[in-house]
Write a protein of this length. Structure first.
Lengths: 110, 116
C-alpha cells in the first residue's frame, strides 16, 4: 500500500536556526497537505500543494512539492519558540486515500 | 462557525468492552474521517465517510467500524477492546471535495481512550 516517509523524526534547534522536514511517498500523489500539531493539541492545517514543482510561502515557512509529485518539504527560516510542535505531511492519492507521515517533532531552544 | 466537536474527550475502558465515539463536523461539511494517533504509530487512517457512505478505509481490523448519519455526524465503534487500542482518536471534517483539490481537513480535539 501507499507509504509516506517523513524525516527526520526529531529535530532540536537553537532559536534563530533554520529547520527542514522532508516527506517521501512511495506513490505519485494527487496532492499533499501539511499540518502542525502543538503539544497536547490536535493537527491544524497549514497548506495544500497540488501542482508539480509548486512552491508556497507563509511568512517564514516555505513549502515545496516535487516535480514528480512524490516528495515534499517544509522549511522554516529563523525558528522561533512558537514553532515548536510536530509537523505532519499527508499525501493523498487519486483514489482518495490519505496517508500521514509519522511527523517531525521540532523543539526550539531559546 | 463552530469547529469540529468530539465526545467524550476522555474515556477509560477495560479489555473486552466496546466503545462508541462521536464526532460532529463543521456545519455544512459532508466528509468525516477518523484517525488513530499513538506515540509509536503516528496518525493512522481508519475510515472516511461521505454522505452516509464509507468512501475509504484504512488497514484496521473489523473490530473498528463507523457510520455517518444524515446530518453528517459520525460515530466510530470499537468492539472487544484491546490494550493496544489505547490512543487518541481524532476525527476530521471537510466539505468533501475529491481529486486534486482535496478540501482542507479540520481536526477535532480528539477522544483520548485508555484501555486497562
Amino acid at each position: 500500500g501507499q507509504q509516506v516517509m517523513q524525516i527526520p523524526q526529531y529535530q532540536h534547534v537553537q532559536e534563530g536556526e533554520d529547520f527542514t522536514t522532508y516527506c517521501n511517498s512511495s506513490t505519485t500523489l494527487s496532492n499533499i497537505q501539511w499540518y502542525k500539531q502543538r503539544p497536547g493539541g490536535h493537527p491544524v492545517f497549514l497548506i495544500q500543494l497540488v501542482k508539480s514543482g509548486e512552491v508556497k510561502k507563509q511568512k517564514r515557512l516555505t513549502f515545496q512539492f516535487g516535480e514528480a509529485k512524490k516528495n515534499s518539504s517544509l522549511h522554516i527560516t529563523a525558528t522561533q519558540t512558537t514553532d515548536v510542535g510536530t509537523y505532519f505531511c499527508a499525501g493523498r492519492t487519486n483514489a482518495g486515500k490519505s496517508t500521514f507521515g509519522d511527523g517531525t517533532t521540532l523543539t526550539v531552544k531559546p | 462557525k463552530a469547529g469540529v466537536t468530539q465526545t467524550p474527550r476522555y474515556l477509560i475502558k477495560t479489555r473486552g468492552q466496546q466503545v462508541t465515539l462521536s464526532c460532529s463536523p463543521i456545519s455544512g461539511h459532508r466528509s468525516v474521517s477518523w484517525y488513530q494517533q499513538t506515540p509509536g504509530q503516528g496518525l493512522q487512517f481508519l475510515f472516511e465517510y461521505f454522505s452516509e457512505t464509507q468512501r475509504n478505509k484504512g488497514n484496521f481490523p473489523g473490530r473498528f467500524s463507523g457510520r455517518q448519519f444524515s446530518n453528517s455526524r459520525s460515530e466510530m465503534n470499537v468492539s472487544t477492546l484491546e490494550l493496544g487500542d489505547s490512543a487518541l482518536y481524532l476525527c476530521a471534517s471537510s466539505s468533501g471535495g475529491t481529486g486534486a483539490h482535496r478540501e482542507t481537513q479540520y481536526f477535532g480535539p480528539g477522544t483520548r481512550l485508555l484501555v486497562l
